[in-house]
Design a protein around this ligand. Structure first.
Ligand code: NAD
Length: 432
């Protein structure tokens, strides 16, 4: 097939490369000239493990372009992969979905061959039918379900393991205005995953409800960990014991400073805002939002217990990315922690192997270090927020050689402490 992927962020680029590897010719469309230029030069516009290698491998099966009209006109399918950021009130900002759909509709007015439009972005239930469908019909002059196909195919990849997730999905969900999904099923069949065919709205809701569930699981683990800390129980041991129950399982069950990233925070807020609009109470999800707001703020009292007043102290934050193996800092917990430290009068140093520039752009006034040891040298305390592998190489001996008095707040249990250092972690009993 010939496929147009509209939006070349984490989802669009990885999806496009996956299709190219499966043997399709893929037009990668974006509105940002610099991004398209980079892609044309074979350079990934962001960090994701294996991305460069995959781009090299698919070579001229991908065609980066700013010209949405041409890309869609020549394609059998177009995938909408643009961002759906939140508005102030948490509800979905549909402006990118609308502009991409308008462009696709205009191009389809001229195309005579069959074409299926696929919404891959995470969208509020009803968006594909109530926003995308009428725009497509109006701009193309064609009828959805007869002249044009419309599907909703949510994406479940995780940044940091996006390529593996894209090639090995647990399931492929396709919502459709029947029978539009047939060509899509052919595209996905080689991946060997179960294919779930549902309505547009069900597909949209499967994505939201999955993310809200995972955010709830993380928040639950965090709340239990906080409680364990008060009761002299090691939460990690406790959660491991729980997770051996197959109904619970160990994934997304390690305590930390809360979930961040471009998906969970926005998607939970969006589904809560949909529920409010519908007049349906969602106290469970409201509590999840609340727990996630509170969780990173624990860093300050935990650090004060060990270090006393933070004013004038040098504190190093290890990890700016919202999770390891990505340079994405959207909703990173490190922003909340850094801001709180600055408020307390501390000097904040930041290290990250990949996300330093992205973080610095949003908080230019902090101190930034490319070398981990330099970031730690002479600090009064270190907070490990993101569990990058490089932080697992830290040892009490190495820290003792860099700091006068080693004080560590290790959110993710990244390394083994000994009694030469002062060490705290979430869900680990602490005695002064
Ligand atoms: N990032 C993830 O891990 C992830 C996982 C699953 C689902 N999603 C969902 O997928 C969608 C995309 O997420 P992302 O993280 O890839 O976003 P992103 O912000 O990284 O990328 C979006 C891209 O779309 C481009 N764009 C905007 N308007 C356009 C238009 N009219 N035409 C062409 N390109 C346009 C932007 O320039 C940008 O490059 C969102 O709805 C998100 O919720 C994201």
């Amino acid at each position: 097939m010939e496929i147009a992927v509209v939006g070349t962020g984490y989802v669009g680029l990885v999806t496009g490369l996956t299709f190219a590897k499966l043997g399709h010719k893929v037009h990668l469309v974006d509105v940002v000239p610099d991004r398209v230029k980079k892609l044309s030069e074979g350079i990934p516009p962001f960090y994701e493990p294996g991305l460069q290698e995959l781009m090299d491998e698919v070579g001229d099966m991908i065609h980066p372009t700013l010209d949405l009209g041409q890309a869609v006109f020549f394609s059998d399918a177009s995938f909408i992969c643009v961002g759906t950021p939140p508005k102030e009130d948490g509800s979905q900002n549909s402006e990118f979905i609308i502009s991409a759909t308008e462009g696709i509709g205009d191009a389809l007015a001229k195309r005579t061959e069959p074409h299926v439009v696929v919404v891959k972005s995470t969208v509020e239930p009803g968006t594909s039918r109530d926003i995308v469908l009428p725009i497509l019909e109006e701009r193309s002059g064609k009828k959805v379900g007869e002249d044009i196909g419309l599907c909703m195919n949510p994406e479940f990849l995780r940044e940091g393991s996006a390529i593996k997730d894209s090639f090995e999905p647990d399931r492929v969900v396709i919502g459709e205005v029947a029978p539009a999904a047939d060509p899509l099923v052919k595209v996905y069949e080689p991946l060997g995953a179960p294919i779930v065919r549902v309505t547009l709205e069900t597909a949209e809701m499967i994505k939201y409800a999955s993310n809200a569930f995972l955010a709830t699981k993380i928040s639950y683990a965090n709340e239990m960990a906080n409680l364990c800390e008060r009761m002299d129980i090691d939460a990690l041991e406790m959660l491991e014991g729980m997770a051996m129950d197959q109904r619970i399982n160990p994934k997304f069950f390690i305590p930390g400073f809360g979930y961040g990233g471009s998906c969970f925070p926005k998607d939970v807020k969006a589904i809560v805002s949909v529920a409010r609009r519908l007049g349906e109470p969602t106290p469970v999800l409201e509590a999840v939002l609340n727990r996630n707001e509170l969780q990173p703020l624990r860093a300050i009292p935990m650090l004060k217990d060990m270090l006393g007043d933070l004013s004038g102290k040098k504190v190093t934050i290890l990890g700016a990315a919202f999770k390891p193996e990505t340079d994405d800092v959207r909703e990173s917990r490190s922003f909340v922690i850094a801001d709180s430290l600055v408020e307390e009068g501390a000097t904040v140093r930041v290290h990250d192997p990949m996300a330093l520039e992205n973080f610095k752009e949003l908080r230019p006034d902090l101190e930034y270090y490319e070398d981990m040891d330099e970031a730690i040298k002479g600090a009064d305390a270190v907070i490990i927020v993101t569990a990058w592998n490089i932080y697992r190489e830290l040892t009490p001996t190495r820290l003792n050689s860099l700091m006068d008095n080693v004080i560590i707040l290790d959110a993710r249990r990244t390394f083994e402490p000994d009694d030469t250092i002062t060490y705290r972690s979430i869900g680990l009993p602490y005695r002064k």
